[in-house]
Write a protein that binds this ligand. Structure first.
Ligand SMILES: Cc1cc2nc3c(=O)[nH]c(=O)nc-3n(C[C@H](O)[C@H](O)[C@H](O)COP(=O)(O)OP(=O)(O)OC[C@H]3O[C@@H](n4cnc5c(N)ncnc54)[C@H](O)[C@@H]3O)c2cc1C
Length: 203
């Protein structure tokens, strides 16, 4: 799913889903899945009461391409695993974030500034043979980075609650909104109820 001008988020794989949450939750009552309606009510009850551990039974891995400043906010979510492309080992690609509302002279100036930073970076790497890990210092925080994010359903709900909120920065909110759509397909009962009960919207 495309996000921002050059970014994306993809659900690479997931384990569990609604069935795993229902199975784990029902262990508390020594019961088994009965009907979809009863299972839905159960998950709604768990979400309302903050009984979160059954949602840890589902795990998602996303492939993310996002501006550095978004990744910096994202990586504050510690209950997850990250693997990020390294600019010690890889050469940065000439890609940078451009806010949608920019136009005219301001858009031109933004591009010139970003392009000049990349020109200097490539000169440092290719001509001056400066180590990549030092040369990257001249790049702006709007450059894109790539990472895999592995997160369980409970921690993902915490991320979605914080990062789909109106006071979250627009750019990370765009990723959180896209992720919500992806996980509603993978685990429709869990994230449908979560959207209704916690985010208080749609669903
Ligand atoms: C709108 C917004 C503005 C923000 N502004 C700033 C800012 O200006 N500066 C800044 O530094 N951060 C800022 N943050 C980041 C914020 O403080 C959190 O670090 C981030 O949202 C991750 O949330 P979390 O700790 O719940 O998630 P996770 O790190 O995934 O943790 C999940 C849960 O595990 C528990 N947990 C994890 N680690 C610990 C621990 N060490 N001790 C106790 N419990 C733990 C907590 O219950 C936590 O909610 C902002 C976040 C938002 C959404």
């Amino acid at each position: 799913m495309q996000v921002l001008n050059k970014g994306f988020v993809r659900l690479v794989e997931h384990m569990g889903g609604d069935a795993a949450v229902i199975r784990n939750a029902r262990r508390c009552w020594r019961s088994e899945s009965k009907s979809e309606d009863a299972d839905r009510q159960l998950l709604r009850h768990l979400i309302k009461k903050g009984h979160k551990t059954p949602f840890e039974a589902m795990v998602f891995t996303f492939d993310v391409k996002a501006p550095l400043f978004v990744a910096r906010q994202w990586f504050r979510h510690r209950m997850a695993s990250y693997n990020e492309e390294s600019l010690r080992y890889c050469v940065a690609q000439r890609e940078y974030y451009i806010p949608e509302q920019l136009e005219g002279d301001l858009l031109d100036a933004w591009k010139q500034h970003s392009e000049a930073a990349f020109d200097f970076y490539y000169e440092l790497v290719n001509t001056y043979k400066l180590p990549r890990e030092q040369a990257r210092s001249v790049l702006p925080v709007g450059i894109y980075t790539n990472f895999f994010w592995t997160v369980n359903g409970s921690s993902l709900m915490n991320f979605l609650m914080l990062r789909t909120a109106k006071d979250a920065q627009y750019e990370i909110r765009a990723y959180a909104d896209a992720i919500l759509e992806l996980v509603k397909e993978a685990a429709p009962i869990s994230f449908g109820e979560f959207e209704r009960e916690v985010l208080k919207r749609g669903g």
